[in-house]
Design a protein around this ligand. Structure first.
Ligand code: NI
Length: 402
């Protein structure tokens, strides 16, 4: 494996020297994970590699929360509060189109969200903190499975994460290619949206397309619903409160001359506030029932709330912004970027404890592929920056008294 292509970290960043010196090693760790992507709850190799590295740092990793989760505890030189730092382990079920040496060796799986980078940065921080426990308190490093739709964060909490590893505050990080490398974003309040899924089934009566009066045409009902559902965002949600409703599948029918007996619509709803979420769910059920009833059809809504909104608490956001400023400079820490309508299961940890989830800018120019793109690759230059942020956060939150 060659590391020659790894670009240097931005010269403006003030890195932890001992981390910056081992940049090439971090690149090797990250590319090894990238080449071996594993899906949610099946991150067995990844989990083993993480646990072996933590053990090599002299830590005593716990493996098995949410199947493949790994947690290790680092004690500072002095007593103090406990905090948790979290990274995610899983990859996506999609083929990779990159052809470089560290491209996925597993067809149909890809680290297209940079969780390989997140895992590497937290490992690098864990090694540094284990070697230099210059803080007053306890740091739990949490490597979580199944972020991509599997709610691994929720499962870790349900299985006792915060009882076994009590933390007063929780912190997360995601790489953000839309933000230039060397910049960070810290939100006080919502940062990622609640992500809900819906399936609407419209039942009618099938028949001959030339004799529609003998049928109850579910395609007409489905089509009217697609349009009407858009009024939920424009007419039931406060216009200053962002919301998205996307119908992403419309399935039904098979022949030119047959009216089918049912169609199925699928899609997603993204919101930040419980008020918007409740209004859309209730409105979808109302419109489906009444539009279908008006057309002599039967409509059914299966509405599932998956990830809640990811909402940072104000004090922890201030703390994270100070820690980020120590690494990238205060002028490169954005405090007022609009939140993303993407979903994130760190939301579950933030519902259990105060904390902050930050964005680490990893954009490498206008052509750098976005998250979940088949040619995405984590920006290796940013490994020491993210790892230094974690160390800065620990030293900011848990300072040793002079
Ligand atoms: Ni992700």
């Amino acid at each position: 494996m060659s590391f020659a292509a790894a670009p240097p970290a931005p010269s403006t960043a003030r890195l932890v020297p001992a981390i910056a010196e081992r940049h090439a090693e971090l690149v090797a760790w990250r590319r090894d994970l990238h080449a071996h992507p594993e899906l949610g709850y099946a991150e067995e190799r990844t989990s083993r590699v993480v646990a072996e590295r933590l053990a090599a740092f002299g830590l005593d990793p716990d493996v098995g929360l949410a199947k493949t989760g790994v947690v290790a505890t680092i004690q500072g030189r002095a007593p103090g509060p406990a905090i948790a730092l979290r990274a995610d382990l899983d990859a996506l079920p999609m083929p990779e189109e990159n052809t470089f040496a560290h491209a996925s060796k597993h067809p149909g799986r890809m680290h297209a969200c940079g969780h390989d980078g997140h895992t590497t940065m937290l490992l690098a921080a864990a090694r540094h903190l284990a070697e230099h426990p210059d803080f007053a308190g306890t740091v739990h490093v949490v490597f979580q499975p199944a972020e991509e739709g599997g709610a691994g964060g929720r499962v870790m909490i349900e299985e006792g994460l915060l009882d076994r590893f009590p933390a007063e505050q929780v912190f997360g990080l995601h790489n953000w290619p839309a933000l230039p490398a060397g910049e960070m974003a810290v939100h006080a309040g919502p940062v990622m949206a609640a992500a809900d899924l819906f399936v609407i089934t419209v039942e009618g009566r099938g028949g001959h397309a030339a004799m529609p009066h003998q049928t109850r045409d579910p395609i007409i009902g489905g089509a009217q619903l697609v349009s009407a559902l858009q009024t939920l965002v424009s007419r039931t949600v406060d216009p200053t409160d962002p919301a998205v409703l996307s119908v992403t599948a419309f399935n039904g029918g098979s022949a030119h001359n047959v009216i089918p007996s049912r169609v199925e619509l699928k899609g997603t709803v993204r919101t930040f506030s419980p008020a918007a979420q409740d209004a859309i769910e209730a409105g979808m059920k109302r419109l489906t029932a009444q539009i279908c009833a008006g057309l002599g059809l039967e409509g059914r809504v299966d509405y599932r709330r998956t990830y809640p909104a990811t909402v940072n608490t104000r004090d922890e956001a201030e703390l994270a912004a100070r820690a980020a400023a120590r690494v990238v400079g205060a002028e490169r820490v954005h405090r007022h970027l609009p939140p993303s309508m993407g979903g994130e299961d760190f939301a579950f940890m933030l519902r259990a404890r105060p904390g902050c989830y930050v964005w680490l800018g990893t954009g490498a120019g206008p052509d750098s592929p976005p998250l979940h793109h088949p040619r995405y690759d984590f920006h290796d230059a940013m490994l020491p920056v993210g790892a230094s942020y974690w160390v800065s956060l620990v030293e900011t939150r848990l300072p040793l008294s002079a």
